[in-house]
Design a protein around this ligand. Structure first.
Ligand code: Q9C
Ligand code: ZN
Length: 661
């Protein structure tokens, strides 16, 4: 009766991931050491972070190489190549600063030439290794970045267009590797103006860029990044821009774009290889970007792309200017490339209204080229939106000096508004039935959710049926500090069954309102097959489950719409264990975890959030053995449920409360 025992650690296949870093790319720096966001420490902190996580040992380390002129010349002019080749030589000492000052957002020094050649050559190197199948995927930690560098002009901190050079190299120089179609995903917060131009008429390269645009006021501040720019001639339809109208876009906005634009198009295009222009300046905390992608967000975005091109995917660093953000984001990405396991974690909040507007505009504009974009998105979907972004005045046209902190600060009033609106969104499907959403918008949700059964999986005091029934019928059992209100629907569970799961039971917190002093039970769904937790499954309705969620977390919370609806259920059941946080701001059981199915009915439990589990592991939150009254509930549950004898049950709790996490 055990589930999940097939997931032994041996069978977790490790993918081969190429990793390239070379300190020589740090030689490009401001001539007099003036501070600059695009500085050598960027790649150093990324490398240090990966080392601290013992990542390099798990990767195939690749050597940096200088690009050959003939390969750079595929996308840059002879003039430009000459300039970058010679700019660091002695003869240019007196002219270098003057040349740089005439360019847009460029500095140059004695190390610039070498770094630029290494960045471009390294992009070629990793891409070729992936194309040859020597590694499954690869990451190039390179600088200077590339996507702004035009055919005949350095700009935007970029000297050579590394990604464009690598893509051209495979297409033009290596036909035998059979890479005929390349998808470039540019998730740097800035529009990849130069990459767009270089493949403007080329249907072999699908260039996709999602960026802050703000109607042409955000860097590079032209109309080129607008969604109307779709390519030309044979390249028509092979250029896709998703231009944000405002700052502060985060996971939900990017996931929505992935789900409703990028993934369906990628499926149709069917690329042989994917190159990500992987800037991390849309990450939360970035001083230039003002967006809010979390490391979890990046890992989901990447994982979804790995389903295409046979997993052949290359990440080439572009921008990203907050050390901590870029290091954490890159680490999250490499871990996804390395590991063949589902991603845990959750993201909250809806996309902005502006995001739905942009998504619909893009879909409409490109629907003639990509049939999968043709359907109009249902209103029930696009109705789900976050309140408008708080307007933050821009100091300059590309708003470089803005928002650092402001973008993450949310006014107290807004917090209240959000409380009512944010909700898990990791996988909204176009095809999803409209009733799912309609149910949420009115008080019909109870009757809708009452038609859906789930197994509520209890591993703490609710193992004891009488205690669980307090949450259904209302009332109080011995040891409970106060009576429960019960559920609206007071029907008893339709079925009860027991199972053991390969997850870790532990006890944390020193006090709870329900039980007084002592720890309460939590499940760590990330732990391994050596663990064994007794769980009692109660077959109840999804409506009742919502009432349980409230009582477990925030007694008295008025639930005008469900905390966990059909959309949430759809999104959480994609893989197991998968979790979704509900929109409650407090409560220790607001993380719903999907544990698989029984009789084709999903099994859901609730535990603390992944970050709280981290807190228990790090010692930030206290582990604490359960008080005797609480432990007694569990023992009674196990004994009356005929799972264990009194002694065995006590030993079981004893073990769970003494083993460290
Ligand atoms: N007021 C990349 O992220 N800002 N480049 C110029 C002038 C330039 C960003 C500010 C931002 C370039 C690769
Ligand atoms: Zn950028």
């Amino acid at each position: 009766m055990e589930v999940g025992d097939g997931v032994d650690s041996e069978s977790k296949s490790q993918r081969r991931v190429g990793l390239l870093y070379d300190e020589r790319m740090c030689k490009h720096s401001t001539p007099d050491g003036e501070p600059h966001p695009e500085n050598p420490d960027r790649i150093k902190v990324i490398w240090n972070k990966l080392q601290a996580a013992s990542i390099p040992q798990r990767c195939v380390l690749l050597d940096a190489k200088e690009a050959e002129d003939k390969h750079i010349l595929a996308v840059h002019s002879q003039n430009h190549v000459n300039l970058i080749k010679n700019i660091s030589s002695k003869q240019f000492d007196s002219r270098r600063n003057r040349i740089a000052s005439k360019l847009n957002s460029i500095y140059l020094n004695e190390g610039s030439s070498e770094a630029a050649y290494l960045a471009a050559g390294s992009a070629i190197e990793v891409t070729e290794r992936v194309a040859k199948g020597e590694v499954d995927s690869a990451v190039a930690i390179i600088r200077p970045p590339g996507h702004h560098a035009e055919e005949d002009e350095a700009m935007g901190f970029c000297l050579f267009n590394n990604v464009a050079i690598a893509a051209s190299y495979l297409l033009n120089e290596k036909p035998e590797l059979l890479i005929k179609k390349i998808l470039i995903v540019d998730w740097d917060v800035h529009h990849g103006n130069a990459t767009q131009k270089m493949f403007w008429k080329d249907p072999r390269v699908l260039f996709f860029s999602v960026h802050r645009h703000e109607f042409g006021t955000f860097y590079p501040a032209t109309d080129d990044g607008f969604y109307t720019m779709i390519g030309e001639g044979p390249g028509s339809g092979y250029n896709i821009n998703v231009p944000w109208e405002n700052s502060q876009c985060g996971d939900a906005d990017y996931f929505a774009v992935w789900e409703h634009i990028l993934l369906p198009v990628t499926k149709e295009f069917n690329p042989d290889l994917i190159i990500v222009s992987a800037g991390f300046d849309a990450a939360i905390g970035d001083p230039l970007g003002g967006c809010r992608i979390t490391p979890h967000g990046y890992s989901v975005m990447l994982k979804k792309l790995m389903n295409f091109a046979d997993g052949k995917i290359v990440l080439a660093l572009e921008g990203g200017y907050n050390f901590e953000s870029i290091a954490k984001s890159m680490l999250a990405c490499v871990e996804v490339l390395l590991e063949d396991k589902p991603i845990l974690g959750s993201s909250v909040a809806y996309p902005f209204e502006s995001t739905w507007r942009v998504i619909q505009a893009v879909r409409k504009k490109l629907s003639a080229y990509w049939p999968s974009l043709a359907d109009e998105l249902p209103e029930e979907l696009t109705n789900r939106k976050a309140p408008p972004a708080v307007y933050v005045p821009n100091s300059s046209s590309d708003s470089e000096a803005e928002e650092d902190d402001e973008s993450q600060k949310v006014s107290e009033h807004l917090e209240e508004v959000l409380q009512d609106i944010i909700e898990p969104l990791s996988k909204l499907k176009v095809a999803e039935s409209n009733q799912d959403h309609a149910a949420c918008n009115s008080n019909t949700w109870r009757s809708e959710l009452s038609k859906v059964d789930i197994w509520y999986a209890a591993f703490g005091s609710n193992l004891w049926l009488k205690r669980l029934l307090c949450y259904i019928e209302g009332g109080q059992v011995d040891g409970l500090q106060k009576p429960c209100v019960g559920s609206v629907d007071k029907t008893s569970p339709k079925e009860i069954m027991w199972k053991t799961f390969p997850y870790r039971l532990f006890f944390g917190r020193e006090f709870s309102l329900s039980w007084g002093p002592g720890g309460v039970a939590f499940l760590d769904p990330e732990s391994n097959s050596q663990d064994k937790t007794y769980i009692c499954l109660y077959r109840i309705t999804l409506e009742q489950f919502n009432d349980l969620l409230v009582q477990e977390n925030h007694e008295g919370y008025v639930m005008s719409s469900p905390l966990f609806d059909l959309t949430a259920l759809n999104s959480v059941t994609v893989e197991e264990p998968h979790s979704l946080q509900v929109r409650l701001e407090k409560g220790w059981y607001r993380n719903v975890v999907y544990l698989g199915k029984e009789h084709d009915i999903p099994i859901l439990t609730m535990t603390c959030t992944p970050s709280e589990i981290e807190g228990f592991k790090s010692g930030e939150h206290a582990l604490c053995a359960p008080a005797i009254n609480y432990a007694n509930m569990i023992v009674r549950g196990l004994v009356e449920g005929k799972q264990l004898s009194q002694e065995e049950a006590m030993a079981y709790i004893q073990e769970a409360s003494t083993k460290g996490l």
